[in-house]
Structure formats: structure tokens, C-alpha cells
Unconditional design. Sequence first.
Length: 210
Amino acid sequence: MIRVVIADDHPIVLAGMQQLLERCAGIEVKGTATSSTELMKLLDEGLCDVLITDYSMPGGIHGDGIKMLLSIYSRHPDLPIVMFTMLDNARLLTIIRSIGVLGLQNKSDPNELLIPAVRAASVGNPYFSPKVLEALLHAPQTAQWLSRREMEVVRLCAAGMTITEVARLCHRSSKTISAQKSTAMRKLGLKNDFELYQYATQHGLRNSEL
């Protein structure tokens, strides 16, 4: 039995996904959430094998988008995630993949594709719905080079935090944060903090508040 938690800020969407999955043998919906606050509480209970979540989840204390994903992975690093979203931005989808999300399902594709997406994620395999796959074919490859921690450092530094502040927030040394920032900038071909800020803005890494 695959235990699933579903998160979306629209109750109607949640209800539809829950109804679909509960009709499927071998999948059990353990809970639903409409904010990152509710979601993290469910995940911390340890009853989730696969998470299905939207990218935009406003209103929670853990933010949404990239910030929410990084918060989830900081506490549950091995959790398989399937993202159910309207996103079609190739660059942002590539960034989401690089963070570790296994499944990407566009909401305009048939909802029934969530079932093979969940099953694939539960055994560690990627799954992309047709519209996502089409978008990823045009995605730049550079964003895939960043590790999850490098992506986190890029986001925080682009938001105006100093190396010391990032180190304190992430519970790492300033030397480690500085090295991760330098590595990320080299991989992305960025020369200074202004270019880092531009990159983060263009790729949606500054959409969530800290």
C-alpha cells in the first residue's frame, strides 16, 4: 500500500485528487493540506510514502514554491514528491527537477496520470506528464547542475542575505556557504551578485518570502 499525502490550496482540486486516488487499488490517501503549515504537520507524522503537491501554496509558514520544497527536503530528504501544477516554464521546471522532485504532472493533462506518477515515485523513478515533457525538451541544461543545497544558497543570497546570515539559517559554516555560492555561480556562468540576483528573479527563485 502506497501512503499518499495531497496538498493544494484549492479544496475542489484536493477533493478531486482524493476521489481519484481512493478508487485506485494499492494507494491510500493519509491526509490533505491546503497550506505548507498543514502539509509539514502531516509529513512530520511519518505516514507518507509519496507527496503530491502544487507549486503555489500561499499562506503557510513554510512558504511555497522553491522555499517550500527546500523546507520539506530539509526535514524529509528522501521523500518522493510528485508536483501537480499549471507551471509550463521550462527553466523553472528544470530547477524543480534539480531540487529532487521525481514526478511532474501538468494540471491540464489527464488527472488519471497521477496514478502512474505516484507508483513511479514510490520506487524512485521519475515521471513526467506529456505537457511537462514537452516543456522540458526546451529547458536549459545548466540548472540541472546545481545541488539542492547550492540552489538553497542561491535563493537566500539573491534575497539579500549575507554569507554569515545564510550560514546561521542553514546551520552550516560560513566557509561552506561561501564555497557553495561560488560553485553555484561558476556552474551558472554568473560573475557577480547582481547577475545572481537577475538569475534568481528570472527563474522564480525569489517568489517566496524568507
